[in-house]
Design a protein around this ligand. Structure first.
Ligand code: IPM
Ligand code: MG
Length: 360
């Protein structure tokens, strides 16, 4: 059966890094028997330029049809002045919401070859392998009402709503438990239950769900403490589960522990395993088009796509092994290079393809 993969390059460095993942995809088709139909569509600022909408109708339709989506990055200064509904970020948020991609997996893995790239001491991060499971379609990102209103006094007031229904907490907790069961079984739920009622409910529901999994060792941390623990002793964590906004923040911190946000992939899954896969770094408009971007996070996102949505765990391992090989060979893009020895985006992509081919 042919898998359908939608490819959305987006803005900034998105097209460059997705092009390199495209080479890997083509290699899987040519040399490793992958049968896939691949179709590209515009999203974010590119969607706005093409169709006046950061999530054009045709793009959403293609994504609905697809088994999996490979996403580059969105956003750039050219679009910052647009009204909120038309901004690139809205395209990404609507995709997550329309497709029900509620479970966001953000691994933070330190590649031994890159231990020196971390801003933390080597012994604190050596061997780090943690997974943040972030709720992605609820919470304050989507809660209603929201807006900016004028008070009687004439002063303006901004407001958003933090809301989680039980079923939303339950399904993300289940997702996190399933993932923890495949790992060390240690799950830390992060909330702000000392202040927020939403978090009180969160804690109660997560505890009830985890009780269904005897193999899970559940702990709870307040988000302020969790952020401190992440930079104090990150290896204490195996899987962390948290709400949309806390996960947004903690996953950037966790990413930086590994030295380069340019290395980290992510998956956003619906209830049936359909998913969207994207590097966790953004569109980096300041370096777009210069061949400086690191394509490995996108290539590793493709590996996650193979594993979680196409059931091709072996191909995923092959991609990951090829990435390990190019790091062993000493290849580094600017973001992970010590001074002066960086290779260009396309050189890195070609090297991964060569390493893959060498496996045949
Ligand atoms: C992320 C990003 C997005 C988010 C932005 C671009 C809307 O920061 O994926 O972490 O906040 O979710
Ligand atoms: Mg973020």
């Amino acid at each position: 059966m042919s898998a359908r993969i939608a490819v959305l390059p987006g803005d900034g460095i998105g097209p460059e890094i997705v092009a390199e993942a495209g080479k890997v995809l083509a290699c899987l088709q040519q040399d490793f028997g992958l049968v896939a139909e691949i179709e590209q569509a515009a999203v974010g600022g590119a969607g706005y330029d093409a169709a006046g909408d950061p999530l054009p109708e045709a793009t959403l339709a293609l994504c609905r049809e697809a088994d999996a989506i490979l996403f580059g990055a969105i956003g750039g200064p050219a679009y910052d002045g647009l009204e909120r509904e038309l901004r690139p970020e809205k395209g990404l948020l609507r995709l997550r919401s329309e497709l029900g991609l509620f479970s966001n997996l953000r691994p933070a893995i330190l590649y031994p070859q890159l231990a020196e790239a971390s801003s933390l001491k080597r012994e604190l991060v050596a061997g780090l392998d943690l997974m943040i499971v972030r709720e992605l379609t609820g919470g304050i990102y989507f809660g209603q009402p929201r807006g900016i209103r004028e008070l009687d006094s004439g002063e303006r007031e901004g407001f958003n709503t933090l809301v989680y229904a039980e079923h939303e907490i339950e399904r993300i907790a289940r997702s996190a438990c399933e993932i923890a069961m495949l790992r060390e079984g240690k799950l830390c739920s992060v909330d702000k239950a000392n202040v927020l009622e939403v978090s009180e409910l969160w804690r109660e529901v997560v505890s009830a769900v985890a009780a269904d999994y005897p193999g899970i060792e559940l702990s709870h941390l307040y988000v302020d403490n969790a952020s401190m623990q992440l930079v104090r002793a990150p290896k204490q964590f195996d899987v962390m589960v948290t709400s949309n906004m806390f996960g947004d923040i903690l996953s950037d911190t966790a990413a930086m522990l590994t030295g380069s946000i340019g290395m980290l992939p992510s998956a956003s899954l619906d209830a049936d395993g359909k998913g969207m896969y994207e590097p966790i770094h953004g569109s980096a408009p300041d370096i777009a088009g210069e061949g400086l971007a690191n394509p490995l996070a996108t290539i590793l996102s493709l590996a996650m796509l193979m594993r979680y949505s196409l059931g091709q765990g072996e191909l995923a391992q092959r991609i990951e092994a090829a990435v390990g090989q190019v790091l062993d060979q000493g290849l580094r893009t600017a973001d992970i290079a010590a001074a002066g020895e960086a290779v260009a985006t396309a050189v890195m992509g070609d090297a991964v393809v060569a390493a893959l081919r060498a496996q045949t």
